[in-house]
Structure formats: C-alpha cells, structure tokens
Design a binder for this molecule. Structure first.
Ligand code: GLU
Ligand code: ZN
Length: 492
C-alpha cells in the first residue's frame, strides 16, 4: 500500500529512575518500527513532574539509550524542528493550549475538593453507579464560579469528554470501544497551574506530528481520552490527524505477576553490569510479544529491523524468562569475532572486577585463552573468574571446590600427574590430557575424576575453561609449582 504520510513515532519516557526492561522494549519496538518504515523516531523527555524527575535520571536515560545502540532523529542532543524535546522547557505551549481549550468550551474549571470528590465517588460505588467524575462543574455559571472563588477554592482544569462512544482500531488488539460512562471528564491542569501528563503527552504528540503511538498496555485507558482531546486539538488547529495506537502486551515476572519497575530483575543496569551484550539483550526483549519466525529466535538488530511489524505483535501477556535471556546472550557472545569479544571483555579485566594485581595481567596469555572463554561464558562478567588463574600469583582459595575435588587419595594422584606432566609435550593440550589420563589409570580413576584435583590445584575452582588448554597457556613451570603447593597443603 502506498502511504503518503511518512511514519513518525516517539519514545517518551519520564526520567524517574533507572530505566527498566519494559521501557527498553517500548523503545526498541518504536525504534525498529521507525527504521523498518524509514520513518522518524522522536525522543521526548516527559519531565513535567519536578518532584520525581531528576537530572541524574535524565543523564542515565540518555546513557542507557546510547549503550543499547539506539539512535533518534529528533530529540535531546540532536535537536529537530519541534525543539525543545524536554517537556519541562515547553510549559508556555501547554498553557496556551489549555487556555484555548477553556475558551472553546472543551475544558472547564472544576472547583470540587478532594474530600467532595471522594465522598461522591464512594456514594456512587455504593449505589452501583459509574464512579468517575460526575460532571458537577460542567455547567457552572459565572456567578457560581465567582462564589467558589470568593470562598477561596482553587480549581483544576478538566477536559470535557464528548457524550459519545469512542471506537478505534488498536494496531495490536484490533477494534476497541469505550462508552462515555467509562471515560469521565478528567483533569488536565493542576490547581497550581502545572499541566498533567493527560494534557502534555497528546499535545506533544499532536505538535510533533506523531503518526503511530506504540506504548505499553498500562496506558490503554488513557487512549480514548486522548482521542477525544485530539479531536478538540484538530478543531483548534493544533493537530492534523489522530495517530494510530498500538498497545504492547504486559510483561509478566515471577509468579505470573506483572513485572514491576521496582523488581530487581526489571532494571536495565542489572543486565549491563552482568555483561549482557546490548544486541543479546535487545534480541531477548524483542521476543516479549513478538517473534522472528517459528524456528529462529536468535537474530541481529538489523534482521529485527528488516522484519519488524507492529501488526505481528501479540496481545497476550509475555513472560520474562531470565534463563532464556541468558541463553540468547550466550549465543550472541559466540557469534562475535574474536577481536570484538576481546574488546567487549576489556572492562571485566580491570578494577573493580579484576582480582589480580594489574601489573600481573599478561596480555599474551589473555589473547591465548580468550577464544576458549568465548565458547563458555554466558555473560561477560563470567570472564573474570574464568581467567584469574592466569594472572594471580596463586589461585583463588575456594574451600568448597577444594573439599569437593580432593577426595580419595588426591596426593597420590597429584604426584603421579606431576611426574607425567613433567614428561609431556607442553605445546600439545592432547599430550597434557594423556599425561593426566595415564596418572588416573594408575589409580583406577577415569579422566573426569583424575582431572578434578589437578584443576583445583591449578585454578582453585572445580569448573572453568577447558583444562588442558588452560594448562598449556599457564605453562609447565607454574603448573608444577601449583601442584607442589597443593601437595604441601594436603600434607598439612
Ligand atoms: N511518559 C509516559 C510514561 O513514561 C509516556 C507514555 C506514553 O508513551 O504515552 O509512561
Ligand atoms: Zn468539579
């Protein structure tokens, strides 16, 4: 279908803390949709809640978006024709719109106090009637308003919902209908003059000529209100057309409860700190409500962009599965070329992660072990413990590993292994393996049992990278020294 209107979507978070994975999925779907349609992604900061928004959260948000690899066509740091893109810098605009809505009768001053609203809502509930705002101030005369003001009452601005059913076709959920009793008049400006999300969000969507609003299902109830407001904005010349809306499914966490912002598993920083690759995390998050194909769930960001369509998003709640996220990330680690893997590991080889003296880091040993590590780690933070045996003067002391591996007669086994390893070919992991195999045979042990004490003597741990490659890289002299140290420890 030839579509004359270019796609314009927006990502418009409030900077109220650490970004969470639900927010990242919303950003991802908007970004992929924009890129798929060669459209425009507008990045807008909804920072009108001075009490909750902070400059620190704002900076964190931008840093997160950059780390994830998103780019935007309009917004902070890049500017654009609708600047500024921070709502805190657009207050005059909202005031102007609110004044015009009031003048045109699309909004009115409401003088009800919280106590009065609560009391009437409770009464309506008891009577089994709709409990939203009851329209008390819809038709106040000038005298009534003057009387309220003389009483010292303050007023909020309320939008007047038309008495009509609102129907729209959600891009994810199909046709949805809202009847007037379910969408009461709602506040758009606080008594202190501060405009609310209910006003600033659709006003900016209108002014920024957004064509598609893709956002979480939690915002579905605001959509009929926004459609009504849009109609008023069109009438007043602020908007051209009502955008299409698509509501992304809920993400469920543990125990089939909605993943909440406060859930530790929901924090983007957690994934970043554990060493997820951005493309691994994005691949996983794309699967929350969407699928690439029936038989492929590993894909690149470029493949996602090529295939992504909002019409393919599933309305059913998606389940957040950490194990699957990790498995997908591991796949992305395997797919890196060695050079990129080595570069990605860099931060985990330095303070505060490294548990060795910086001067003991050995670049050649790291380059040699890296390809083995690349086939094993799930997240990049795993790297430190997997390679520390190369850079520490002595292996880590892990009593649990020691107890587990030093069973039977470990001294006899280690003594035999030491002798055979001294005679082995240290340029061949195969030869080192045969040495330990032969030592095991002398003591009636299979390779798995025979190599456990050697691994713990040399690396300090029961699990790690392929042992014989590790020994080769560590070298004959240090390997034998460590076996000797273990033997001394066993001798007590
Ligand atoms: N600032 C709103 C939020 O963070 C944006 C909602 C929307 O996408 O309309 O939830
Ligand atoms: Zn009122």
């Amino acid at each position: 279908m030839a579509n004359a209107t270019p796609v314009r979507v927006r990502f418009c978070p409030s900077p109220t803390g650490n970004p969470h994975v639900g927010l990242v999925r919303t950003a991802l779907f908007n970004w992929a949709f924009a890129r798929h349609h060669q459209g425009t992604l507008v990045f807008r900061i909804e920072d009108t809640d001075a009490a909750r928004d902070s400059e620190e959260s704002y900076n964190q948000l931008l840093d997160s978006m950059r780390w994830l690899g998103f780019d935007w066509d309009e917004g902070p740091e890049v500017g654009g024709p609708h600047a500024p893109y921070r709502q805190s810098q657009r207050m005059d605009l909202y005031k102007d719109v609110a004044d015009k809505l009031l003048a045109a009768g699309h909004a009115y001053h409401c003088y009800c106090t919280t106590e009065e609203l609560d009391a009437r809502r409770d009464a309506a509930r008891k009577a089994g009637k709709p409990s939203g705002y009851d329209g008390t101030c819809r038709t106040l005369t000038d005298e009534q308003k003057a009387a309220y003001e003389a009483e010292g009452r303050s007023s909020i601005v309320r939008f007047r919902m038309p008495d009509e059913t609102i129907t729209f076709t959600d891009l994810v959920r199909g046709e949805l209908t809202f009847t007037p009793e379910n969408v009461p008049d709602y506040g758009i400006v606080r008594a202190n003059g501060a405009p609310l999300y209910t006003l600033v969000n659709p006003v900016d969507d209108a002014l920024m000529e957004i064509t598609h609003v893709l956002r979480g299902e939690d915002l579905l109830s605001s959509t009929p209100r926004q459609i009504a407001l849009y109609k008023a904005l069109i009438e007043l010349g602020f908007a051209k057309e009502i955008p299409a809306f698509g509501h992304l499914p809920y993400v469920m966490g543990e125990g089939n409860k909605k993943l909440s912002k406060r859930d530790p598993q929901a924090s983007l920083n957690l994934y970043r700190e554990r060493g997820f690759l951005p493309e691994g995390l994005l691949n996983y998050l794309a699967l929350l409500g969407w699928s690439f194909s029936a038989d492929q769930d590993i894909f690149s960001v470029a493949e996602l962009v090529e295939k992504f369509d909002i019409a393919d998003v599933n309305a059913n709640p998606a389940r957040f599965d950490l194990k699957k996220a990790e498995a997908i990330n591991a796949d992305h680690i395997r797919q890196l070329d060695t050079k990129s893997f080595i570069a990605a590991c860099e931060p985990w080889l330095r303070a505060p992660h490294a548990n060795w003296a910086p001067e003991d880091f050995d670049e050649a040993a790291w380059q040699a072990i890296a390809p083995h590590a690349q086939t094993r780690v799930t997240v990049l933070s795993d790297i430190t413990a997997n390679v520390d045996f190369l850079f520490r003067k002595e292996p880590v002391e892990d009593e649990a590993s020691w107890t587990k591996a030093m069973k039977g007669d470990p001294a006899a086994l280690l003594t035999a292994a030491r002798a055979k390893l001294l005679d082995a070919d240290w340029t061949s992991p195969e030869s080192l393996k045969n040495a330990v195999l032969a030592a095991g045979e002398e003591h009636g042990l299979k390779l798995g049992k025979a190599q456990a004490p050697v691994r713990v003597a040399v690396t300090g741990r029961t699990v790690g990278l392929p042992l014989f490659e590790s020994l080769e890289i560590l070298g004959k002299e240090r390997t034998v020294q460590r076996i000797d140290a273990a033997l001394a420890k066993l001798a007590g």
